[in-house]
Write a protein that binds this ligand. Structure first.
Ligand code: MF3
Ligand code: CO
Ligand code: CO
Length: 258
């Protein structure tokens, strides 16, 4: 499999795209509150992406109708922003933002809690964040890429949660999605695909409180848990720069749970 590799100087625009995405995800901490709809959140993101000089990658991507994905409670991913429902206390929401700058993509998502959430929801979000952050420590040039999935599966299952199998991380850069697929569970078939210097990819574990199975709603996009249990996701875009593993979408504000 051909995996693309980029030089330090080449990724400057990708760094910029990642930074804008992170800034907007930071700003959402002040926007997401009881009563707001996911379409209003989407409008905020579109406005800010444009103000900061970017374009939203999801808009019209394979027919997707909005600028971000907003995935509420038992929605795993690819939720379509809408005006149908006002957020309520206890909701957990993933917002997935991808900004394009000069053709380069910065793809990241985080969970937002509306008011106080259940102990279960809180724990699910924390464990999912741990899965992302601890799997980043597994990245090393020459090591098998499936160390990521192994780590994530270990953490999720030891907390009695499950790892979604139908969606994965991906190479990213001048395309939104490209090789390699980054699985969030362990598959020995991939033992010989290794991290290379200069690669850019996402890790975006989707962790369910119940079983891992998913289904897609009749809108053709929204992926939900089959058993209707809660699902959480965090995502970063990562660049391997020799011994440095750069998180291109790292929060610009250390005070945030990023
Ligand atoms: N941002 C998502 C990802 O992490 C992809 C969304 S595709 C869309 O890969 F069409 F739904 F926007
Ligand atoms: Co992604
Ligand atoms: Co994304």
């Amino acid at each position: 499999m051909k995996i693309k590799s980029y030089s330090n100087a080449e990724v400057d625009s990708c760094r910029k795209a990642g930074k804008i995405t992170a800034t907007i995800l930071d700003e959402l901490n002040n926007i997401i509150k009881e009563g707001i709809t996911t379409s209003e959140i989407d409008e905020f993101c579109l406005t800010r992406i444009q103000e900061l000089g970017g374009t939203p990658a999801p808009l019209f991507y394979r027919g997707f109708p909005k600028s971000t994905c907003t995935s509420l409670n038992h929605v795993i991913c690819h939720g379509i922003p809408n005006y149908n429902r006002n957020l309520q206390k206890g909701d957990i929401l993933n917002v997935d933002v991808t900004t394009i700058i000069d053709g380069w993509h910065g793809d990241s998502s985080r969970m937002y809690k509306v008011g106080e959430v259940s102990v279960k929801a809180n724990n699910l979000c924390k464990v999912t964040h741990d899965c992302l952050i601890e799997s980043i420590d597994e990245i090393k040039v020459g090591e098998p890429i499936n160390r990521i999935g192994k780590k994530i599966e270990d953490i999720a299952t030891s907390n009695n949660f499950s790892v979604v199998r139908d969606f994965c991380g991906h190479g990213v850069g001048l395309k939104f999605h490209e090789n390699p697929s980054i699985l969030h569970y362990y598959d020995s078939e991939y033992d010989n695909i290794r991290f290379i210097d200069g690669m850019i990819f996402t890790i975006e574990p989707m962790i369910n409180a119940g079983k891992y199975q998913s289904k897609i709603l009749s809108d053709g996009w929204t992926a939900v848990t089959k058993d209707k249990t809660l699902s959480a996701q965090y995502e970063h875009t990562i660049y391997i720069n020799g011994d440095n593993v750069e998180i291109l979408t790292e929060s610009q504000n250390k005070a945030f749970y990023n």
